[in-house]
Design a protein around this ligand. Structure first.
Ligand code: UD1
Length: 371
């Protein structure tokens, strides 16, 4: 009998991680995947285009939870996930990353005695002000099998009392997706034309993404960041695809016009268009976790507008520089890149496009050992 595995997705960064896993798991003779979308992200630009472009099968179930406060969103996912577990009686639940859907489904499964498998385990920013850090720590505590993307993650897990026998260093499924799709990304010219952008040279621009509460929720911080980007854009045109959360904050803070004067604003981009921009950018300024990894994998300089990172390999081996949201540090790092091209970086160990295959092998062995 095939082992039924519920694979959970909820928010945009989950989609890039689940795509190669679903592909591998559906070819297995041991495992049968069942795809569950919590509905945390629901707009076409935040969900449907990713499913189409990454050939993710339609979810077997969509819980349709939508947006809400952390408590409401997490509780609603839990409430709606429980009957799915009861009906499907899976042999394991696979969760990826660190979003609210990850912890919510892990918690429901663990309390029902269903083994939890966490992909992208052991990353720590040591900053509990980030909701994702809380999700990471708790999900790892609840997990039976933990798959890590960088070697340092094991020490974080051991420090928290997790048995190293449950931890497997397999590489990075998001980089599987990146390497699979790089060739399919449209040219910068096509992306700019589709966005109606005429005055940005396709070989000389930076990309900005911002959506962390620490950067966008406080009006003064957001205003200062926009002004800093405005200064930089006199030296390098900046393309800024807006996350819905950021767009809402700019509107409510009355900062949209200043943002439009500082950068070329774009709607949220689909995966391939974003990839087309990222891989050709002179530099990327971001507070995203995933983009720190994607830029390292592509050798593109990344300036991270946060005080810390849970992905230290991108700084130690990759192209990432952490600068926080201080104006002088941001401009200093950006001008370093403009002057000498920034950190060269190298590709982290096992970021080779085969992480999902390694995960499947471990999972199959684990099921066989339990029989
Ligand atoms: C979530 C994740 C974050 C991840 C990010 C990537 C958590 C705690 N946070 O943050 O780790 O980096 O996704 O995008 O899980 N909205 C829409 N349409 C959508 C989804 C959201 O308009 O399809 C708007 C809503 O106003 C919503 C806001 O964005 O309130 C925030 O969405 P939410 O899922 O709560 O968190 P993100 O900021 O997207």
């Amino acid at each position: 009998m095939l082992k039924r595995v519920i694979c959970v997705v909820g928010a945009r960064p989950n989609f890039m991680k689940i795509a190669p896993l679903m592909r591998c798991l559906s070819r297995s003779r041991v495992v049968e995947p069942y795809l569950l979308h919590t509905g945390q992200h629901y707009d076409a630009a935040m969900k449907a285009t990713f499913f189409e472009q990454l050939h993710i099968p339609e979810p077997d179930e969509d819980l349709g939870v939508g947006s809400g406060s952390h408590a409401v969103q997490t509780a609603e996912i839990m409430r709606r996930f429980e009957p799915v577990l009861d009906a499907q009686t899976p042999d394991a639940v696979v969760v990826v990353g660190d979003v609210n859907s990850t912890i919510a489904c892990a918690l429901v499964a663990a309390k029902k005695g269903v083994p939890v498998v966490h992909v992208e385990a052991g990353l720590r920013s040591f900053d509990r002000d980030m909701p994702e850090e809380i999700n990471r720590v708790l999900t790892d505590q609840l997990s039976d099998l933990l798959f890590t993307t960088e070697r340092g993650a094991l020490a974080n897990l051991e420090r928290e009392g997790i048995d190293p026998a449950r931890v497997h260093f397999v590489g990075n499924v998001m980089i599987d997706t990146l390497l699979d799709n790089r060739q399919r990304a449209p040219s910068v010219g096509e992306v700019l034309a589709a966005g109606g952008v005429a005055d940005v040279p396709s070989d000389r621009f930076g990309v900005v993404t911002l959506h962390r509460p620490s950067n966008v929720d406080d009006v003064d911080t957001l205003g200062r960041l926009i002004d800093t980007l405005g200064t930089l854009s006199a030296e390098l045109p900046l393309l800024f695809p807006l996350h819905p959360r950021t767009a809402a904050r700019l509107e409510s803070a009355g900062l949209m016009e200043r943002a439009r004067a500082a950068c070329v604003l774009l709607p949220p981009l689909d995966y391939l268009r974003m990839l087309g921009l990222l891989q050709n950018a002179i530099m990327v300024l971001t507070d995203s976790g995933g983009i720190q990894e994607e830029t390292t994998a592509m050798g593109v300089p990344c300036i991270t507008l946060r005080e810390n990172t849970e992905r230290p390999i991108t700084v130690e081996a990759g192209t990432n520089t952490i600068v926080g949201n201080d104006r002088a540090r941001i401009l200093g790092a950006a001008r370093d890149v403009l002057r000498d091209g920034g950190k060269a970086g190298c590709i982290p160990e096992l970021w080779d496009g085969h992480a999902a295959e390694r995960i499947l092998r471990v999972l199959e062995d684990w099921f066989r050992a339990k029989q």
